[in-house]
Design a protein around this ligand. Sequence first.
Ligand code: ZN
Length: 179
Amino acid sequence: MNRKVLLKNTLLMIALLALGFVSVDSQTTYAATNRVYPTACKKTKAGFIKPSIISRWHEECRLPVVHMGTDIGIPKKTPLYAVCTGKVVSQKYGNNGGYQMTISCDDDQTSAFYAHMFERTSLKQGDKVLAGQKIGISGDTGTAKGIPHLHFGRMKKDTNGDLQYFNPEPELKEWKCKG
Ligand SMILES: [Zn+2]
């Protein structure tokens, strides 16, 4: 690839990232062990492009508290997907997290936490979800006001049965976009 083509491709990539994201939907079904990226991704001929991470694990975001998750920068109303097959363990409004929900995964005792959603999800506590199922849309509720993103958290039960947060970013790098 010569320099001119490389430059053109780089500029195209930057333009695609700046444009926001299209809704990617399909009838794909997933086995319980599959994991799916929690947001819609940008679909290109070369494959999916994941949204930018705007704040990392333990990086200060807008509050002077330890940041227990990863912030994924996405426009309001971007589809959000269940990362695993499991069930809704809570969905509520909180002053910090805004409209938020937690899903427990059937296969490994982990949970996934979604915050700053646009509106209350239609799913109720106890509802079953399939990996890749649309669970709501993103927003900027709670402390995200003005900076739309998904705050995504991951938890795993410790030996006492208490949920402990862990850094979701290594998994987010691995998980495939829905498509
Ligand atoms: Zn956050």
